[in-house]
Write a protein that binds this ligand. Sequence first.
Ligand SMILES: C[S@@+](CC[C@H](N)C(=O)[O-])C[C@H]1O[C@@H](n2cnc3c(N)ncnc32)[C@H](O)[C@@H]1O
Length: 334
Amino acid sequence: MATKWDEVRVLGKVVSCAFDPYRPLMVHLFVTRRCNLACGYCYEADRTSDPVPIADLKRHIDHLHRLRAVLVTITGGEPLLHPQIVDLVAYVRSRGQVPVMNTNGYLLTEERVRALDNAGLYALQISVDTLRPNSITRKSLVPLLPKLRMLSEHASFRVRINTVLGAGPPDDALRIAEAAVALGFDAKCSLARDRRGAVMPLSASARRACDAIRQLRGRAPSYLSEDFQLSLADSGEVAWKCRSGARYFAVCEKGLVHLCESSHGDPGIPLAKYTEADIRRAFHTAKSCSKTCAVAYAHQASRIDAWRSQSAKERQILKRSWSDVTRELPPLWP
Ligand SMILES: C[S@@+](CC[C@H](N)C(=O)[O-])C[C@H]1O[C@@H](n2cnc3c(N)ncnc32)[C@H](O)[C@@H]1O
């Protein structure tokens, strides 16, 4: 359960990371590509994949332990479709990492919330994009409200609501964030990215919603800032040093390491063979895709090293999204 001691423990690990540049801060672990939804902006899921066997996932966690990863985000697809998801959370915890999960919330039940709590889940991010389902997304407040109320009553782990701006009417985003804060949760918004991770254009009203959400009282203080969004929203570009492959990386369902969830196949090294030398190389390499990058986790995990140099020459990043071959880009909300 997320006690005060948990908060101190996690903060201590994050702070100690600042003095330890080759220690991964956040890792995304894909436990299945399968999802029960099919959002119009998502390139990371399908309707058919099998869950990754728990033995493989435990081996991945062991390797993340070897690399001294701090936060492990269990994701997909929809991670609650994985039949042994509670065991996995407990295993992440038992290996000294901080388990976090991203979900669309549809499969949450009171029993599962209690089990995840007991397994040591530290935080849960739920995606809620609109008030009501539309042609792009069914991650909507109205159908999910009973689940959110149940969570507010029974979960002792942190809960955060994430809204993808551009998936529906911009006013919805602010209403969702207000509802989240009223339920005692944190709220944040994400900029929609294309299949290569580049920011998608934002309407003026969506930009205003983004500002209003940032200013909402009652949001958790964020030590990992979201300021990169402002520059991206205004000019489509942002100057920063991406530390993906080092401070942050994704481990796909095949157990391969990718710089982020939008750079599938780069470097594509099995996690079992990923070493501190690979981390050092990634840490010091500037990436050609960083200027327009909207991958929030990459920005947030890179922020503690903003003052450190990047000595290696910029590298052209192979940007093949996982579903490059499977899905065409649908239009987002105007
Ligand atoms: C891919 S989902 C996987 C986990 C889970 N099924 C969920 O809905 O949270 C993780 C997060 O990425 C967001 N996401 C997916 N595709 C995106 C995109 N193209 N741009 C911005 N956010 C995106 C989702 O809305 C969700 O908040």
